[in-house]
Every structure is written in C-alpha cells, then in structure tokens.
Design a protein around this ligand. Structure first.
Ligand code: SAH
Ligand code: SF4
Length: 449
C-alpha cells in the first residue's frame, strides 16, 4: 500500500515538473512516506529525521514533508519536530503538490490530516482521492511492467492490535469501472502484471444496480484487459464470503496467479478471539483445504504475530501447529508491538517479555524455514515461467560466462528466482530451469527454448 502511495505521489510530482534525486544533499524537498503498523517502523522514521536535522543545519531552506500513516497518527506532534515542515496523512495525499509549493514559497509549517478519520469520507474527499488515483495511477515505473492498483481504501475490521483502521479510515470499495479503466491504461503503458490491493481485498464489494461486484467479478473483468498477463491480489482475510468464487476464477483463468496471501496471525482460538479475528484455527485450515482443492498447486503465504498479550506457551504451540499444517511457501512473522489507540493496547497488558517474543519468533521462523525448504525442493529440475523484475542485488558479482548479469524474477506462485540473463529481459517473461534451492530463493538458468 505504501509502495503504491509512493508511486502515486512520484507521478503527481513529476507531472507538476519536479525532478528526482537519490542524493539527499541535492534535494530541495525530502519526502518520507511512513508506516505505523509497528513501533519499529516509526522509530526508523524518527532516526531519519535526526539525520535530516544535520543536513538542515547547513541548509535551512530544505523542505521536509512526512506523509503516510505515521503522519496521520501523530499529526501536530510530528509537526512540532524541528525539521518537519509539513505532515500529510494518506487520505490527504491529493493535496501533495499544493503543500510542497506552498511550503517552498511561504516557509510555514502545515498540517494536512483528516480530523475525524473514522467518519465516512465526504463526497468531496472521496472524489479528490478517486481523481488523484485515476490521474496518477496509470504508470508505475518502480518495477518494469508491474503495477499496483488499489481496489479498496481503509479497513473496518478492527483487529484489536492493528492501527490501520485509525490511520487509513473506513473501508470503501472503489468503482469497478474506475479500477478496470486504470488497469487498461496501465496495460497501454506496457504493464503486464497488476496486483490488486486492499487491506481485506477479498471482501471487495460494490453494489451497482441489481448486481454486487465481488473480487471474483473484478478479477474476471480484469482478465479481459488486453496486455495484462498476470493478476494478483493481496491481502486476503480468512472469510467464507466469496472465497470459493475467487478460487474458481483463479482455477479457471491462466492470468490469475495461483497465489494466496492470507494471514492466520495465530493458531490459538483464545488468542484469535482476543485479536478480534473472526475465525478459528480449524476454520482457517479448512479454507486452505478448500483453496488447495479448487486450485491445484496453489501457493499460500501467511503472517503471524507472536507474543500477543496473554499468549502462553500452549497458545504459541498451537501457532506452531497451525504453521505445520498450513505449509506456507513463506510466512511473515512479527513480534507484537502495542499500538497506541488500539483496543489491545487500551485493554490488555503487553504481558509477554521481549525475550520470550524473540524466542518464539526464532522458533516459528525455524519451523517455517524447514517447510519453505521442503517446498522449494519440489521445484528442483523443473522449468518455471518468471516475470523478470530486473538486476539482483549481487548482479555485478555474479556474472556468467556470456557476461550476463544476475537477474531476479518471480513465478506465478510468487517464488523468487535468481538466474543469469540479459538485462533487457527486465519486464519480460522468461523460462528458467531450477537447479538449486534455498528456503526463500530458487536458483536456475535460462531454459533452452
Ligand atoms: N490488512 C492486512 C495487513 C495488515 S498489516 C491483513 O489484515 O492481513 C500487516 C501485518 O502486520 C499483519 O498481517 C500483522 O501480522 C502485522 N501487524 C499488524 N499490527 C501489528 C502489531 N501491532 N504488532 C505486530 N504485528 C502487527
Ligand atoms: Fe489491520 Fe485487521 Fe484491517 Fe488487516 S484486517 S488492516 S490486520 S484491522
């Protein structure tokens, strides 16, 4: 979601005539896009602001803007920071050009956050967001031939640990026509893979006359867009609603990637209840069985939070048990981080010590790594299709005999594949034969065609 917001802001500023630099010393304006999901992410921003303070000592005219969830969460407190010139929440980004221009001219501090964030957005605010998204969401050059498209904003789930509903506002599904039109324009710009985004993307719902559009309908309509070869969607909430329909579309269309990211968060029913997640461990695993029955070979990924308030050794073992049964390709594991304003923070004590959180994190990671390793081995010797993202991090070190650099790509099931090939393959599909595997990365060579 943040990557998409960065792409939108970049495109809006480009349109307004701004140029870009990676070198902070050359910049007149520095924008920091922020995340509030865990405290660690916010701490990193504060330390970035600390660095900027040194630069600003010698260049007092430098404009610093903080955008994103932390901007919305902290608002005027963040604006009080000596280096910050303006603060702009995620629901206010349509103002970004004006904010920068105004600050460059007037050198005054400005605050652009939504006051009553949980209130239904006004017609004017929704329209501004929609226009911004439609105008600037039509090219995204961060990864060649790939783009994100938001299908819904906000979230109404209120998982007890989560800050998202308080910083991104209520759930609103975008109009299907606007989404499809945006995908069409992206395809015109050479985009081949579109990832549909929503906090609970599978609960996308848009009522149009007699018909209520679901994510399944949206995916089906998107597969008709010429030029789009792969469609993905993240993140799914474990819910029965539309689940089989979405899986059917995945099974029926070669364009819908066989990949499901559906976090369980915990394997203990007691903790799931305290998290205000609306399912049991058994119900969750049943959904995975259904996904695997409908889409043979589907790859599944998940998220876990360890050390949620009240999590006992037994609860944690239930999570390990779930991970073993779920057999994810990969799982993102987070240590519980109390977020101010959330119900968990207000009502529950952060009882699990930092050491225990750390130990559980390491233990669960080891369990997951073993599964990832076993699953990645199944791909040894196989030929897979990948969409090439570009040079790998070690591209300049790992050059092959034909002087091809090392590239990185992903399969439809989201496996990362590293191989040597011409740099010009970025943004194109390649066939790669897998020769070796590590838990998170596959290594291969370009297949002879
Ligand atoms: N809307 C998505 C993603 C939400 S944030 C979803 O519901 O799946 C991404 C992940 O961060 C979550 O899945 C959760 O595992 C983690 N997370 C959210 N709040 C957290 C917190 N307070 N502490 C630790 N991890 C958290
Ligand atoms: Fe947060 Fe839950 Fe909404 Fe995901 S579904 S964004 S975890 S409140």
């Amino acid at each position: 979601m943040n990557k998409l917001d960065t792409a939108l802001v970049t495109s809006a500023l480009e349109d307004a005539g701004f140029g870009f630099t990676d070198n902070v010393k050359q910049a007149d304006v520095v924008l920091i896009n922020t995340c509030s999901v865990r405290q660690h992410a916010e701490q990193r921003v504060l330390s970035q602001l600390g660095h900027l303070k040194h630069i600003k000592e010698s260049r007092p005219d430098l404009v610093v803007g903080v955008i994103g969830c932390m901007a919305q969460r902290l608002g005027d407190k963040l604006l009080e920071h000596e280096v910050v010139n303006f603060v702009c929440g995620p629901t206010e980004i349509p103002q970004i050009k004006q904010l920068i221009t105004k600050t460059l001219k007037e050198k005054k501090k400005s605050l652009a956050v939504t006051e009553k964030i949980r209130r239904k957005p006004s017609e004017q605010q929704s329209q501004a967001l929609e226009e911004f998204e439609s105008a600037y969401g039509i090219k995204d050059e961060s990864i060649p031939a790939q783009a994100f498209v938001r299908v819904m904003r906000g979230c109404n789930n209120f998982c007890s640990y989560c800050v998202v509903p308080y910083v991104r506002g209520p759930e609103v599904s975008r109009r299907p026509e606007a989404i499809i039109e945006q995908i069409r324009k992206l395809a015109d710009h050479g985009v081949k893979q579109v990832t549909l985004l929503g906090q609970t993307v599978n609960s996308y719902k848009y009522k149009k006359g007699e018909k209520t559009w679901s994510l399944a309908d949206l995916l089906e309509a998107a597969t008709d867009v010429e030029g789009i070869e792969w469609l993905r969607f993240v993140t799914s909430y474990p819910s029965e609603e539309f689940f089989d329909d979405i899986m059917q579309v995945m099974a029926g269309s070669p364009k819908v990637c066989e990949y499901l990211h559906m976090p369980a968060q915990s394997g203990s029913d007691k903790i799931l209840l305290a998290m205000n997640r609306n399912y049991t461990a058994a119900g969750y695993l049943e959904l995975l069985d259904r996904a695997r029955a409908i889409v043979t070979g589907i790859t599944i990924a998940g998220d876990f939070i360890v050390g949620f308030p009240g999590e006992t050794e037994e609860d944690f073992q239930a999570t390990v048990d779930l991970a073993e049964k779920a057999r994810y390709k990969n799982a993102f594991i987070f240590k519980y981080s109390p977020r101010p304003g959330t119900t968990a923070d207000k009502r529950l004590q952060d009882t699990v010590s930092a050491e225990v959180k750390q130990r559980r994190n390491v233990e669960l990671l080891a369990v997951q790594e073993k599964i990832s390793d076993e699953l990645s081995r199944d791909l040894l010797g196989k030929q897979v299709q990948v969409l090439v993202e570009g040079l790998s991090k070690k591209s300049h070190v790992n050059i092959d005999r034909d002087e091809n650099p090392q590239l990185i790509g992903r399969t439809s099931g989201d496996w990362i594949v590293v191989f040597n090939g011409p740099e010009s393959s970025a943004g194109k599909f390649s066939q790669v034969t897998i020769e070796s595997a590590s838990p998170l990365t596959l290594f291969g060579r370009l297949a002879e065609l």
